[in-house]
Design a protein. Structure first.
Length: 140
């Protein structure tokens, strides 16, 4: 019986480790105490992607730092969790999933988004939201 418990604990530890890695793939997020504080504040108020879209003032396409040949075309969707700040800025984005090649360009584009502040009781608050960004690597 003890060996089953031990095996279960090992499995649980491995699963928790995997979840932690999946949720925190951005090194800046892991080491930036300001991002952790902002996320805690944003956790109090979350809005759906549809609500966040109604607040969107300026949208930007994915930004490619280097040219990607057409032969290397990759298509996919990058999912990012982030906070909309009190001034409508994107704060502390965290990549949740998506093809590795597409993650940085999607993140670069998202960082250029601008939102109207979300108001709660007439005051701007930090809110947590999520976005799915479709990306194709061959497009510029």
């Amino acid at each position: 019986m003890k060996s089953l418990t031990c095996v279960s604990l090992v499995c649980l530890t491995l699963q928790l480790s995997w979840v932690a890695q999946a949720q925190f793939p951005n090194p800046k997020y892991e080491t930036d105490p300001q991002c952790k504080q902002i996320e805690l504040e944003g956790m109090r108020t979350s809005v759906s992607g549809q609500v966040a879209e109604t607040l969107l003032i300026q949208k930007a396409e994915p930004v490619w730092k280097h040219h990607v040949p057409m032969e290397a075309r990759v298509t996919g969707t990058v999912v990012i969790v982030y906070q909309i700040g009190k001034k409508g800025e994107v704060l502390c984005p965290r990549i949740v999933s998506g093809p590795k090649l597409l993650q940085q360009p999607a993140l670069n584009g998202l960082l250029r988004y601008k939102y109207k502040p979300y108001l709660l009781g007439g005051k701007p608050v930090i809110v947590r939201t999520e976005i799915s960004i479709p990306v194709t690597s061959g497009e510029q």
